[in-house]
Design a protein around this ligand. Structure first.
Ligand code: ADP
Ligand code: ZN
Ligand code: MG
Length: 284
């Protein structure tokens, strides 16, 4: 049987604002650990977030540049999960009312034009950074990154090869840079990507079960991991085995993807509107 691959990308890009999304702390990269922090971004009890207007301006610019419909009514939501890099125990994000939806980006590959749908773009805050020290058998956490503004850009599953994914990512990055709203630096982690991949028999209408790849911090890793994952899934199906819906990690030393955890569903996060932030209404 002939298979075709289906790919959808989630991009997280840090915005080049001077200060964080809900407090006045600096976003500067490379400052000594835990020096750009305050009670708000450390999640102390009793503090209140205040939205940075620049983040909204930047999100609107990208929404317009990618042909999206701008949602005039916006709301922030709490995405609840426990992890040591998330001091509040939830991430402030957008859920049912993202700032921009239903756009597209036209890419060109081997002289052929292709339109890639943009499902949604939403504003959220970054988490802290864990630094694992195997010599001392401990992990350290740097909260300078908690509260740095991010845009999450979710594509439709319209990409069909590693090469297309790369062209799409590079075009998105050049738009972000042209607008001057993000560095788009993959190595420093200001532009990150998760790749969702499935395969299906050529011509099939329904989508296959997807695996989500994380830890792709260079274009080379994006390309190699997608290539590996497509072949892994093809082998499974041709042996009559099933693809499991899960999150997989790219191991760039061994050049393989390996299972990290079962894929969580939206209901696992117990999303609800953040009561500390008022709804955001954007005028014409
Ligand atoms: P989640 O947070 O669960 O990953 P998102 O909606 O943020 O959900 O992202 C899902 C991504 O996966 C989108 O880019 C979408 O296009 C892609 N996707 C969804 N289903 C499939 C599939 N069967 N095969 C490939 N990509 C898929
Ligand atoms: Zn702060
Ligand atoms: Mg995902």
């Amino acid at each position: 049987m002939e298979f075709e691959s289906v790919i959808g990308l989630e991009i997280h890009t840090q915005l080049k604002t001077k200060t964080k999304i809900f407090c006045g702390c600096s976003t500067s990269f490379g400052a000594p650990s835990n020096t750009c922090v305050c009670p708000v971004c450390l999640g102390m009890p009793g503090v209140l977030p205040v939205l940075n207007k620049k983040v909204v301006d930047y999100a609107l610019q990208l929404g317009i540049a990618t042909n999206c419909t701008i949602s005039k009514k916006n709301r922030f939501a709490r995405k609840n999960y426990f992890y040591p890099d998330l001091p509040k125990g939830y991430q402030i994000s957008q859920y049912e009312l993202p700032i921009a939806e239903n756009g597209y980006l036209d890419i060109e590959i081997k002289g052929r034009k292709k339109r890639i749908g943009i499902t949604r773009i939403h504003m959220e805050e970054d988490a802290g950074k864990l630094i694992h020290d195997p010599d001392r058998n401990m992990s350290l956490v740097d909260f300078n990154r908690t509260g740095v503004p991010l845009l999450e850009i979710v594509s439709e599953p319209d990409l069909s090869s590693a090469a297309e994914a790369e062209v799409y990512l590079k075009k998105m990055r050049s738009i972000l840079r042209y607008l001057g709203i993000s560095d788009g630096n993959m190595e420093e982690g200001s532009f990150r990507c998760d790749a969702n991949i499935s395969i299906r028999p050529v011509g099939a209408k329904t989508l296959g079960t997807r695996a989500e790849l994380k830890n792709l911090n260079s274009f080379k890793h994006v390309e190699n991991s997608i290539y590996f994952e497509i072949n892994r899934q093809k082998e499974l199906l041709s042996e009559n085995k099933e693809v499991v819906q899960e999150t997989r990690l790219w191991d760039s030393d061994k050049n393989i993807t390996c299972s990290m955890r079962g894929k969580e569903d939206a209901h696992d996060y117990r999303y609800f509107p953040d009561p500390d932030l008022s709804p955001l209404v954007i005028d014409d």
